[in-house]
Design a binder for this molecule. Structure first.
Ligand SMILES: *Cc1c(COP(=O)(O)O)cnc(C)c1O
Length: 364
């Protein structure tokens, strides 16, 4: 059977290995498996969210509120934006999909960082768009600008902090860059880890309200999957000019967010204390990774997120190391598919991190 030719070059996204797979493949007990592969919150989510979800289970027979009023209201208050500046997706992944489908076609170019979130390219390929990448490992906005002038892309993706490297763009530099981009180019600013970046360095803070007030061609993305600990609920959001939001809405399937997910996200955004505690622990624990890397003579990229990228040296091999760790029940992310001899490790609880150090020390 012949399929749409644009599918031929698409490599299916490889998600972090689930715990269930390690149980099946290696016969390890679930309690002995540590997953530090998908940047999930090691403390789970707010207990208030759990209570709220249990209380709303009786509503499962009814379709969700498709206006998403409560969640949009909560997000609107948090970011001081209007309801028509917001779109909710099944993960911010879905908002990325809407944005690319709304703006790009097989004649378009989409500019992104050399190493960045893999889904941008996958969705770009859905529409047959050409992906243009910078050469530098970290976002170099001068290079972005030179490529923008040369290639005239339809869209630009900036991921700050960036996944899978953890570095972040200075907001002043970001705003300077955006002021030089013409208003017909859609710039997506993906802030999936912004809660972490803000806590570490105010200079990295990107305020979506300020962003959309200054620029009418920018779409900001946020998610409940990382700091809020709701990866399993699949809720993300886009914040933009109401005209852009209106176009994205044309692509949204009805009822794309479940009743349980809407409730979970609404309660989560109002429990700031939980996020604050998670972020504090994250950076305390991250110091241990820095010390570990230092002692083991492994390069570590300074991270503004809840993960660290450990760059291995010549004789060490990231694929081999991550496979060996996997056999011992430790799931991390091998970055060889990004062309890096590196592993990405989510900062876990103190105990999970100790286990990682113990196992890795033995293996390298
Ligand atoms: C995790 C992540 C997302 C989106 O995750 P969802 O679970 O789909 O909300 C988006 N961008 C980056 C860079 C991420 O790391």
């Amino acid at each position: 059977m012949k399929f749409n030719a644009t599918l031929e070059n698409i490599i299916t996204y490889e998600a972090g290995k689930p715990i269930e797979l390690v149980v099946r493949e290696f016969g390890i007990e679930p309690k002995d498996i540590v997953k530090l592969a998908s940047n999930e919150n090691p403390f789970g989510c707010s207990s208030k969210v759990k209570e709220a979800v249990v209380n709303i289970v009786s509503k499962m027979a009814l379709y969700p509120d498709d206006s998403m009023f409560k969640l949009k209201d909560a997000l609107g208050q948090r970011y001081k934006v209007q309801t028509d500046n917001l779109i909710i997706g099944s993960g911010s992944d879905q908002v990325i999909e809407f944005a690319i489908h709304a703006k790009a076609s097989s004649k378009s170019k989409i500019l992104m960082n050399s190493i960045t979130f893999a889904m941008y390219e996958i969705y770009a390929k859905h529409v047959g768009a050409e992906v243009i990448r910078t050469a530098s490992q970290e976002h170099d906005l001068d290079e972005f600008y030179a490529l923008y002038l040369r290639e005239k892309p339809e869209m630009i993706f900036l991921c700050t902090p960036n996944n899978p490297t953890g570095d972040a763009i200075d907001s002043k530099k970001l705003f300077d860059f955006l002021s030089k981009i013409d208003s017909d180019t859609l710039v997506v600013v993906d802030g999936a880890y912004m809660e972490y970046a803000i806590a570490k360095d105010e200079n990295k803070k990107v305020d979506p309200k300020e962003l959309i007030e200054k620029f009418d061609n920018v779409l900001y993305l946020g998610t409940f999957s990382k700091a809020y600990g709701l990866g399993g609920m699949r809720v993300g959001y886009g914040i933009s000019n109401s005209k852009i939001i209106k176009e994205l809405y044309k692509l949204r399937p009805p009822f794309n967010i479940t009743t349980l997910s809407l409730e979970a996200a609404t309660v989560a955004i109002n429990d700031e204390e939980f996020v604050k505690k998670s972020v504090i622990s994250n950076f305390e624990q991250m110091k241990r990774y820095e010390e570990f890397a230092n002692i083991q003579k492994i390069d570590i990229i300074e991270s503004y997120t809840n993960f660290v990228t450990l760059c291995l040296s010549g004789t060490q091999n990231s694929t081999k190391l991550s496979n060996e760790l996997l056999k011992k029940g430790m799931i991390v992310r091998d970055l060889s598919s990004y062309g890096m001899n590196a592993i990405r490790v989510t900062v876990g609880t103190a105990e999970q991190n100790s286990r990682f150090f113990e196992l890795t020390k033995e293996l390298i």
